[in-house]
Design a protein around this ligand. Sequence first.
Ligand code: ADP
Ligand code: GLC
Length: 484
Amino acid sequence: MPYRVLFISAEYAPLAKTGGLGDVSSALCEYLHSQGHDVRVFLPWYRDLNREGLDVSPVPGLEDLFLDIGPHRYEYRILVGTPLGYRQPVHFIDCPALYDRPGIYGHADDHRRFLLLTRAAFEVAQRMAFAPHILHCNDWHTAFAPLYLRTNYAWDRLFAATRSVLTIHNIGYQGVFWSMEVGDLSLGDAQWMLHQDDLREGRVNPMLHGIMYADLVSTVSPTYAREICTPEYGAGLDPFLRRRGAQLIGILNGVDYDEWDPRHDRHLGFEYSADDLSGKALAKRTLASEFSLSVGPRTLLLGIASRLVAQKGIDLLETVLPDLLSQADCALVAVGSGEPRYEQFLTRLAVEFPGRVHFTRGYSERLAHWIEAAADAFLMPSRYEPCGLNQMYSLRYGTVPIVRHTGGLADSVTPYSKTDRTGDGFVFHEYSPGALRAAIDQALALYGTAHWARMIQNGMAQDYSWKNQGQLYLDAYRDLVGSA
Ligand code: ADP
Ligand code: GLC
């Protein structure tokens, strides 16, 4: 049965992306669309939206709209358009007062910016007479949607059979704002449904309310679903997650192989496959020469493309990389941005090891693809990782992932066994420089041997496409709709 799905997310690739949330939102919606489901996607019309090849038009009847976010009145209109190369249309909320500014996040009124996104999705669904089976929200930005379904919009029969799903992409970001601004929720008498202890302590936590009120909570890997139920990984919300029992599930993210596959990567300009890896060698030579790296055939080229934040284990690299680069035949090419401390570390490393380290500070989709193709091994020593996409991209690009055993990294990378020649990467457990170094040393020992070639073949044969992972979401939708 085709489902009607109202999908709200702060990011949607290739239009608005800071990390994996963008990739996953659009890839999942494309999959649902391809299966014949009627999906309505809502996204802010950010000033910095990637508008390349995007044609939008205002939706008649959805202009001159108003919405009160507490005492603040906002005027907005709806635009619609389909990103180049995609099929699923996107409805944009054009509200200059909130979205005509730089960046996606980082403004003092972010809670209002995303409350408008959340509420406008309901209001526009009403005007379109769109009765969703599933209301699918993502991360803290849209996590108040399940509560609104039970309060402000509960009167409307349009939503009588709607079931809500909250997908947690990262519990480390909860969107907490001051209780002084609790009026912005416009909950009226339903304010008692907020977490009262938090309120008394002066906080409102959007992620928490999603966890409390969604009909189903999902997260982006089975291991992370278990981890966030523990104090070590739950970021304070583990008691609430444990309470959800079987209504908390983990579905590993899929990969959009239209975008991420060396057999047709538009960023490379040439292709390669498991049968003929000469293009991979060419990518390594080309990138090395572009960045003046002296990389011989025996040099292990390590890659990184990441947000540079504590989650990603960059502090382990701070300890491990300087020694490694002075002792072993290896080099590093990295792209990323984030905390100044980590940006400075990589900048310094490039100065200290000329010809061995290249770092591009910033965001470059093209370079991320090139690094996947050119590197021999990809580093993801994450402290925690809900799913992680780059390790799955790496597998497809014949780039051996070196990962910590956590979250989706544990679910998607299998440690290589020399005895039975199975597995596709290097996996270490303890969050320590020593454990990371040992994993890299193993890689150095196997690089250039028949084991390495085997590992590449094992990795390239993996299939994490959305046709498998998307079906798991559809199964979850079916159970929810069945219970409606
Ligand atoms: P997260 O969502 O925590 O950032 P993921 O591994 O799920 O981690 O997804 C990261 C995505 O963002 C990947 O597609 C990766 O290539 C991309 N990415 C991260 N930083 C950069 C950057 N500086 N330039 C280009 N792409 C980046
Ligand atoms: C988050 C996580 C990452 C995950 C992505 C998409 O940003 O940090 O692990 O892959 O969301 O779900």
